[in-house]
Ligand binder design. Sequence first.
Ligand code: DGY
Length: 327
Amino acid sequence: KEAILVAKPIVYVTRRLPNEIISELTEKYQVKMWEEEEMPVPRDVLKKEIAEADAVLSMLTDTFDEELLNMASRLKVIANLAVGFDNIDVKACEARGITVTNTPDVLTDTTADLTFGLLLATARRIPESVDVIRKDEWKTWSPYMMAGSDVHHKTIGIVGMGSIGEAVAKRATGFDMNILYHNRNRKPEAEEKLGARYVSIDELLAQSDFVVSMTPLTEETKGMFDARAFDRMRKSAFFINASRGGVMNEADLYQAIKEEKIQGAGLDVFENEPIKSDHPLVQLDRVVALPHIGSATVETRNRMAMLCVENLKRVLDGMEPLTPVKV
Ligand code: DGY
């Protein structure tokens, strides 16, 4: 009898991932990988690879639009290593029978921890204070040196009450905070469990000491934190963004802080990433800027990567993925 050689399906991984993750794939699939860790795969390389791939394990830095998807003749699944999927035209994927998956739940607590840490760091001026010692500027203890703002017993306003928003609210209960939220739909369980109060976006902006964006980037949320929104906030308030840079207008935010319409901001995400140190926003003392590290712990990144692996295996085996994205 003649042996029939069946080519293994091709999985393209758009960034270098640890061997333990990749070895989960190599038995059944031919794995190709963009070997860089700190540089996204260039568009022209991705175009070439996607033409041959049956599955892609992608990063939020890769844009999957019509142009790219038109080159994907055999692609069945894009497993995105993020809960957010604004980098992918999901409708265009649906039209082509390509399944999109994301990584919800496994990163919820980790991202909420970082968000709350960013809020604390911003209010209590922790990075500025670290710099005082690093730069040898500490002359003596003094009563108002690096005096920040209290967090406990203040009002937090969470915009986007998905599971990460709820996990941030849970942390806020430990600080005896008054919790407001705004969301597409009300969350009665969160109201009951966390004592969170649903309010309109304008009321949230007007009442909160900390306005925290946990909302995904969509057509509706794009640029929602703009001059009008910052004008409605308290002069003493802080804006915290740990969701997506595209929900805020950075030029308006800069202006609002500069003109002391609000007190400061804690930002883990930016309109254009990576933001550079000479960007006017990052130069402001009362801005704490982080390089998009919301879910960046080794444990969580491993869980996210394994969930991507499981999702793409399932789709290639003709099964429902664990966490499909639906629009
Ligand atoms: C996500 O999962 O969408 C985060 O932004 C990545 O940490």
